[in-house]
Design a protein around this ligand. Structure first.
Ligand code: SF4
Length: 207
C-alpha cells in the first residue's frame, strides 16, 4: 500500500475511533487515544490503555512512562516518529483499572486495522495485557519477555515489560533497558529470514 493511502486510511480510522461508543469507556474518557507514528513503521509498540496524561492529550505514552519509552528508543538510535505507538484500548479505563475482556474485544478491530494498514515487520507488546492479547494462554510476561514469536498474518511478536511497570522498579528497569537493546538484532534476524513459512500459530523461538 502506498504511503498516501496508508495515511488516508489511518486518518479515517482515527476519525472513526474519535466517535466510538462501542464500549462503556466512551462515557468516562476525555479524549480517544488512537495511536500515532510512521504509517510505514517497521515496528508497532502496543501498550495496555491510555492513562491520565494520554486521556487528557490524546497522545499515546505522553507521561513519565512515555518519556522513558523515548529514552529507550534513543538507546537504539530511534525516535518515536520512526515507529508506531498504540494501545490495546483507545480510551482510558477509570482510575487506570485493568481492561475488561468486553472492552478489549470491542476495541480489538481498531488495532487489527492499524496493523493491517501499517504492515510492520514486528509487533512489540509492552506488558502483560498487550502480550496476552497477541499470545493468549502462552504464559506470563516474565516468561515471555525478550523472546521472539511468529504468528500467521501478524508475523513476529516480541514481548517486553511495560515502561510504566519498569519505571519505579530497578530490576525491571535494568531488564527492560537490556531487552530493548536486542531490538535491532531481532529486526536484522527477521529481515534475514527469506519469507519464512508461517506454519504454526505460536511458534516460540528463543532468541
Ligand atoms: S475503548 Fe475502544 S471500543 Fe471502547 S469506546 Fe473507546 S474506542 Fe470504542
Amino acid at each position: 500500500m502506498r504511503l498516501e493511502e496508508k495515511q488516508k486510511k489511518l486518518a479515517q480510522l482515527r476519525q472513526e475511533i474519535s466517535k466510538c461508543q462501542k464500549c462503556p469507556l466512551a462515557k468516562s474518557r476525555s479524549r480517544t487515544v488512537p495511536g500515532e507514528g510512521d504509517p510505514n513503521a517497521q515496528i508497532i509498540f502496543i501498550g495496555e490503555a491510555p492513562g491520565f496524561n494520554e486521556d487528557q492529550q490524546g497522545i499515546p505514552f505522553c507521561g513519565a512512562a512515555g518519556k522513558f519509552l523515548d529514552e529507550l528508543l534513543e538507546s537504539i538510535e530511534m525516535k518515536r516518529q520512526d515507529v508506531f505507538i498504540a494501545n490495546t484500548l483507545k480510551c482510558r479505563p477509570p482510575e487506570n483499572r485493568d481492561p475488561e475482556p468486553e472492552e478489549k474485544a470491542a476495541c480489538q478491530p481498531y488495532l487489527d486495522q492499524q496493523i493491517e494498514i501499517i504492515g510492520p515487520e514486528i509487533i512489540i507488546t509492552l506488558g502483560k495485557h498487550s502480550t496476552e492479547t497477541f499470545l493468549p494462554g502462552v504464559g506470563g510476561i516474565t516468561k515471555l519477555r525478550a523472546k521472539l514469536f511468529r504468528r500467521p498474518g501478524i508475523r513476529y511478536i516480541f514481548p517486553l515489560y511495560h515502561p510504566a511497570a519498569a519505571l519505579h522498579n530497578g530490576n525491571l528497569r535494568d531488564t527492560l533497558i537490556q531487552d530493548f537493546k536486542k531490538i535491532p538484532d531481532v529486526l536484522k534476524k527477521i529481515k534475514a529470514e527469506a519469507k519464512p513459512a508461517l506454519e504454526k500459530e505460536q511458534n516460540l523461538t528463543l532468541f
